[in-house]
Ligand binder design. Structure first.
Ligand code: NAP
Length: 313
């Protein structure tokens, strides 16, 4: 691997990265995907996706499995479970170092996605796995006939709260305002669900646990009064932060760390593209990630053709 130079290395194997790989391979570009866990990305943990055009309702896992199967028909080199340790994106031949390998590439597509934002309150970090979870699909079944508390007011919080009603006897949704930002159709389902109780205008301030989570302390944002609610599980869904730390010194980002691109997914560095949730985009959906990947795949192919012509001349 040390001497091989790939035409393109894709960092991240979620929908955006897989889509980029498909478009690159169809243009006969020699590419590899480096992914820190299994391929498929964050949507593998989504209970259900119902806004991917043409597919009706599908589980996130099923959809991502289909993406990978599709890409497998095009002979993409995949390097799962390789965590990137450092990158040089600025040199003409870019370098990506993992514990296992050093990848050299003429172009790079960053598709490393985003991770759940933390509440950053007392009792959160120390109780992950003991009642605090960022994945309802992974852990929901542990809460059969129990009480759980979902934090947030976006699509993720409301969709995952609905999913948790399959198991839990009661699901609180705690939101810091009195209006949700989730899609209307999801809000309607939440309002109609008898197992869900809304705790609006509340912010979580502390999680109390012995062996496991027992109580969440909430502060009313109007009155500042603190109330305690018994709960067995806490699922924060308060938005995303980009997996972009490794690139920050080299690519331009917005104030929240999302990578800035133009409409062709180009970053400030020649031959380096960013796609999906890690980039500064107005909409973070599977369908937009896949679209970003397609654009970057085509743009990177054009870029590679140009630099090869320059070398030949
Ligand atoms: P989001 O849309 O950014 O919503 C985050 C929610 O958490 C907001 O309601 C916000 O309150 C609240 N919040 C933020 N920081 C908080 C804090 N420190 N304490 C308490 N509450 C806090 O995030 P998301 O729901 O994770 O979704 C991320 C992206 O994925 C969005 O673009 C979303 O549309 C997309 N997504 C789409 C689907 C779908 O289409 N099926 C499913 C899941 C996610 P405020 O409203 O007051 O700011």
């Amino acid at each position: 691997m040390q001497d091989k130079i790939f035409d393109c290395v894709i960092l991240g194997g979620g929908p955006a990265g897989l889509s980029a790989a498909l478009y690159l391979r169809r243009a006969n570009v020699d590419c590899a995907i480096v992914e820190k866990s299994a391929l498929g990305g964050t949507p593998t943990n989504y209970c259900e996706i119902e806004n991917y055009l043409g597919l009706g309702r599908v589980s996130g896992f099923e959809l991502c499995e289909k993406f990978e199967e599709h890409v497998d028909n095009f002979d993409v080199k995949k390097f799962p479970f390789e965590e990137i340790e450092s990158v040089d994106l600025v040199s003409p031949i870019k370098k990506i170092v993992t514990k296992e390998n050093t990848f050299l590439a003429r172009s790079v597509i960053i598709a490393t996605g985003a991770k759940p934002k933390k509440l950053n309150i007392k009792g959160e970090a120390e109780n992950v796995g003991k009642g605090v979870s960022y994945c309802a699909v992974c852990d929901g079944a542990f809460y059969k006939d129990k009480i759980v508390c979902v934090i947030g007011g976006g699509n993720s919080a409301l969709e995952e709260a609905l999913y948790l009603t399959k198991f839990a006897k009661k699901v609180y949704i705690v939101h810091r305002r009195d209006k949700f930002r989730a899609d209307d159709i999801i809000q309607k389902r939440v309002f109609e669900n008898k197992k869900i109780e809304l705790l609006l205008d509340y912010s979580p301030v502390e999680i109390i646990a012995k062996e496991k989570v027992e109580v969440i302390k909430l502060q009313n944002v109007q009155t500042l009064k603190i109330k305690e609610y018994k709960t067995d599980g806490i699922f924060p869904y308060i938005g995303l932060e980009p997996n972009s730390e490794l690139f920050s010194a080299q690519v331009e980002e917005d104030k929240n760390g999302f990578i800035l691109t133009d409409g062709a997914m180009k970053t400030n560095i020649e031959g380096v593209y960013a796609v999906g949730d890690v980039r500064n985009t107005p909409l973070r959906q599977v369908i937009t990630a896949v679209s970003d990947g397609a654009i970057a795949g085509v743009e990177a192919s054009k870029y590679l053709m140009n630099i090869k012509e320059v070398v030949r001349k």
